[in-house]
Design a protein around this ligand. Structure first.
Ligand SMILES: [Fe+2]
Ligand SMILES: [Fe+2]
Length: 485
């Protein structure tokens, strides 16, 4: 191929991609007989006719690059947004690409529309690719083939939303088991049992470490599962999961992660000795009540000593229990007069503990902080209250808009963050648009990617106007997270 012929091909390919992308966008917004849709189908046919030299045309993504018929398309300033959008579009759907067969040149506009509508929604179904393949067969759409993402995931390849749903279920089970084992230990202590073993808790946490090593983002997101009525236990599980995520990102060993998880799970054990009326008091605490609360970290350490576990494992987690309300500058409680820095576990747990406390929707809290504002508050206190490096790693895990943050968009839509890009502050989250159904009730609409940009202007298609804690609108994030309604 001569250079000029190659150049012409690239522009034809770009034209095809632009027409394909604009058409799917118009199909999503407009009805089938809208003039933009009709014109879009004409342009799609024109450009695919121009591009298809052999019996097929294959659009494929590999290592964040676009290929047409194995020809890598060069990025430039004008195509960057379009290519990024297409890569994200396929990535979100767990697809590596799509192959159009020659018969596409002779199909009706209705068939193209039917295909695009299936492509829009299939990835939110259980077994999405099987569902799509069956639908295509049922509608005699045999002029297109879907290319599944490679079975062996690349190290930096983000999981598809569907994969996340399966991992979310596994994390939910881990969450339930961890909470149940913690409740069992607490109950045995309350019942003054002479021997309180923690074997079950250790096994649960070890399983959690195995799953978390595979995908820590789901575990970071799962703290949205919190329930008010048994706050102490759900809080402890949240803190354990968040702490282990943080430990994982700083490359702690599997064994150390398990110790950290157990330590975080037991960090508020001392609270079982505080009467409920003090623990959940809505008014200001008096001095004696405050003293009771402030003694809980010391009591957590004291109760740990009574548990049946090896001295070695107890020694690893004793000091952090005592430290978890001490700040990075050693202020906080219990008051200490030494200058020794906090242990690594103590620093990690105090970050996870504060984040969960700030974002919990406990009834006595007057104003609810949205998760992104809680992170902003913590960043403002880095170096004084929190280790400045660990806090950055923590924000990196949760993303600028953590999962469960409620957003108001410039389209006046309310949207819930369901997946937040971590490791990359410049990327925007995946959100699920919520539609009001009745008083205090919302139903899930489509999932959209806020990273999507207008291919002509380069501006984001939707802007974020305001962020809220979901409880402000009576919304339980977990109901909308991966449900198919
Ligand atoms: Fe505490
Ligand atoms: Fe706590």
């Amino acid at each position: 191929m001569t250079d000029s012929a190659k150049y012409r091909s690239y522009s034809q390919f770009e034209e095809f991609l632009l027409n394909f992308y604009n058409l799917r966008q118009n199909v999503r917004i407009h009805s089938d007989n809208h003039k933009l849709v009709i014109r879009g189908i004409e342009k799609f046919f024109e450009s695919i006719n121009n591009c298809m030299e052999n019996e097929s045309l294959t659009l494929k993504i590999s290592n964040d690059q676009l290929f047409i018929d194995d020809e890598k398309l060069p990025y430039n300033r004008t195509t960057k947004n379009l290519f990024d959008n297409i890569i994200r579009y396929f990535d979100t759907r767990g697809l590596e690409g799509v192959r159009f067969l020659e018969a596409v040149k002779h199909v009706s506009a209705e068939e193209i529309l039917a295909f695009l509508r299936l492509l829009e929604h299939f990835w939110q179904k259980p077994e999405p690719l099987t569902w799509l393949t069956n639908c295509l067969a049922a509608q005699n759409i045999n002029w297109v083939e879907m290319i599944k993402k490679s079975e062996i995931p690349q190290a930096d390849q983000e999981s598809s939303y569907k994969d996340k749903a399966e991992r979310w279920e596994r994390a939910r089970k881990d969450y339930t088991y961890a909470k149940a084992s913690l409740e069992e230990v607490a109950q045995k202590i309350k019942d003054k049992k002479s021997v309180v073993g923690i074997g079950k808790t250790v096994r649960v946490v070890q399983d959690m470490v195995t799953n978390l090593i595979e995908d820590d983002e789901v575990y970071a997101a799962i703290s949205t599962l919190r329930v008010f009525d048994d706050y102490t236990f759900t809080h402890s599980v949240n803190v354990a999961m968040l702490s282990m995520c943080l430990g994982r990102r700083i490359n702690l060993s599997r064994r150390t992660l398990a110790s950290l998880g157990i330590c975080a799970l037991f960090h508020d054990l001392g609270k079982i000795e505080i009467p409920n009326e003090v623990l959940h008091k809505k008014d200001k605490l008096d001095d004696s009540e405050l003293k009771l609360i402030e003694e809980h970290s010391l009591n957590s350490a004291r109760l740990l000593l009574k548990l049946k576990a090896s001295l070695d494992s107890k020694a690893r987690i004793l000091v952090p229990l005592f430290e978890h309300h001490l700040k990075y500058d050693l202020s906080g409680y219990p008051r200490v007069d030494w200058k020794k820095p906090l242990t690594l576990f103590g620093k990690i747990i105090s970050i996870a503990d504060k984040y969960d406390t700030l974002t919990s929707s406990r009834a006595y809290r007057k104003s609810l902080l949205s998760p992104d504002r809680a992170l902003g508050y913590m960043l403002d206190h880095a170096g004084k209250d929190f280790d400045p490096i660990l806090i950055k790693v923590f924000i990196n895990i949760l993303g600028v808009y953590p999962v469960g943050t409620l957003l108001r968009l410039d389209t006046d839509e309310l949207a819930l963050v369901v997946s937040s890009p971590s490791r990359n502050f410049s990327k925007r989250p995946l959100v699920c648009v919520l539609e009001k159904e009745g008083e205090g009730s919302y139903k899930k609409r489509e999932i959209i990617n806020l990273d999507e940009r207008d291919t002509e202007t380069g501006n984001y298609v939707r802007e974020i106007i305001e962020t809220y804690h979901p409880a402000t609108f009576g919304i339980q994030p977990v109901q909308h997270m991966f449900s198919s309604n």
